[in-house]
Design a protein. Structure first.
Ligand SMILES: Cc1ncc(COP(=O)(O)O)c(C=O)c1O
Length: 390
């Protein structure tokens, strides 16, 4: 008999279960109002458009749509992706199975054990998990309502960094958007230090207010690998996304992808392109933005009403995306109040999970994407009662 846990490679000890998934398990109880998940709202999925597009693909492309295909991805899809950027050519697009796979592949190709990755504190735990598997260390960079703080990044770069990870639009978890001057400052710093940026942009199309800002990859294609996805605009279950950069930057990534899974589903690539080209994607994005925008307004109004009087609490006002970040007074412990909150029938993700060193506990993430207006009102009132009592 094999003692699997002793037999496992040492790097598996770094593969920790996701704290968010653990919380989500507890919220399966029907009466819990969950602001914890970051799931896109399933009622908005374009099921009919996907059904029709899938029939068209099977009739027009037949067996080709079900055959093995190239590692780089469907050429027409790569051209479509490139057309959405100013600084990207079709040869600079690598189709991946979810941007999560993109993060993993970039880690695999560009990070050695002991390398340092500069990440915002807080940041997306899925990125921390992806890079951690390559035995790296993290350097925390400050983030405020205008995104990553360039002065803090500059300090990090002085101490030696191999990769900068940035979520410029409607950040997960803070909801912050990187301002235009900071976009320029951050690419300038990356260039000056010769350190690449991994720009993770799953939420960029979900803007409810303000004007779109340029992608970092369009400002500086020489130093940026960009990750985009269909998960938040079409459906997450397709597991369909892309990396966009120079062909030179992506060359090792394509080889790593080939070793990992040969290629992303041929059928799904053709299907997503058919849906996007059929004109339903822009309408779909508009629908998603209107829905999330109205839920954000309701959640902000509820927070203003219920939590304004609770001393030391403040929260972000995102212009898009799916998340609001709430900060409590210093030393407030949102991990211990999470259990009381679930008892009271409301769930959030405690902030600890979003810090590489897991040291800060005063924040928490709320998602407004799936809750109904009534649930938002009731859930925020329950949360305020818990925080007042704590
Ligand atoms: C910041 C960020 N990056 C990447 C992902 C993964 O997205 P995908 O479904 O494309 O793998 C998510 C999903 O929530 C995310 O929030």
């Amino acid at each position: 008999m094999i003692a699997w846990s002793q037999h496992a490679a040492s790097r598996t000890s770094r593969l920790r279960p996701s704290a968010i998934r653990e919380i989500l398990k507890l919220t399966q109880r029907g009466e819990v109002i969950s602001f914890a998940g970051g799931l896109p709202a399933p009622d908005l999925f374009p099921v009919a458009a996907i059904r029709e597009a899938s029939e068209r693909i099977l009739s027009k492309r037949g067996a080709v749509s079900l055959q093995y295909s190239t590692t780089e991805g469907d050429p027409e899809l790569r051209a479509w992706v490139a057309s959405r950027y100013a600084g990207v050519r079709p040869e600079g697009v690598q189709i991946v199975s979810g941007s999560q796979q993109g993060l993993d592949l970039v880690g695999k190709c560009y990070l050695d054990p002991g390398d340092v990755v500069a990440v915002a504190a807080p940041t997306y735990p899925g990125a921390l998990r992806a890079f951690e598997a390559y035995e790296v260390r993290f350097r925390a960079v400050e983030i405020d309502e205008d995104g990553m703080v360039p002065e803090s990044l500059a300090e990090a770069l002085e101490s030696g960094v191999k990769l900068i990870y940035v979520i410029p639009d409607f950040d997960n978890p803070t909801g912050a958007t990187l301002s235009l001057p900071r976009r320029h400052a951050i690419v300038d710093l990356a260039r000056a230090h010769g350190v690449p940026i991994l720009e993770d942009s799953p939420y960029s199309d979900l803007r409810f207010e303000g004007d779109p800002l340029p992608y970092l990859v369009d400002l500086a294609p020489d130093v940026v690998i960009h990750a985009g996805t269909f998960s938040k605009t079409m459906v997450p279950g397709f597991r369909l996304a892309w990396l966009a950069a120079t062909p030179e930057a992506l060359a090792p990534v394509t080889r790593a992808k080939q070793a990992a899974d040969l290629h992303t589903s041929t059928f799904t690539q053709m299907l997503a392109l058919e849906v996007a080209r059929g004109g339903s994607l822009d309408g779909q994005i508009a629908k998603v933005c209107e829905h999330y925008g109205s839920r954000r307004d309701i959640m902000l109004a509820a927070l203003d009403r219920e939590l304004a009087g609770v001393s030391g609490f403040r929260w972000t006002r995102p212009h898009g995306g799916m998340f609001i970040w709430v900060s409590g007074p210093d030393e407030f412990d949102t991990t211990s109040t999470a259990h009381a909150a679930i008892e009271a029938g409301v769930a959030y993700v405690p902030g600890e999970a979003f810090y590489a060193d897991r040291r800060r506990t005063d924040g928490l993430r709320l998602s407004y994407s799936v809750a109904s207006p009534e649930q938002i009102e009731v859930g925020i009132a329950r949360l305020a009662a818990i925080f007042r009592a704590a």
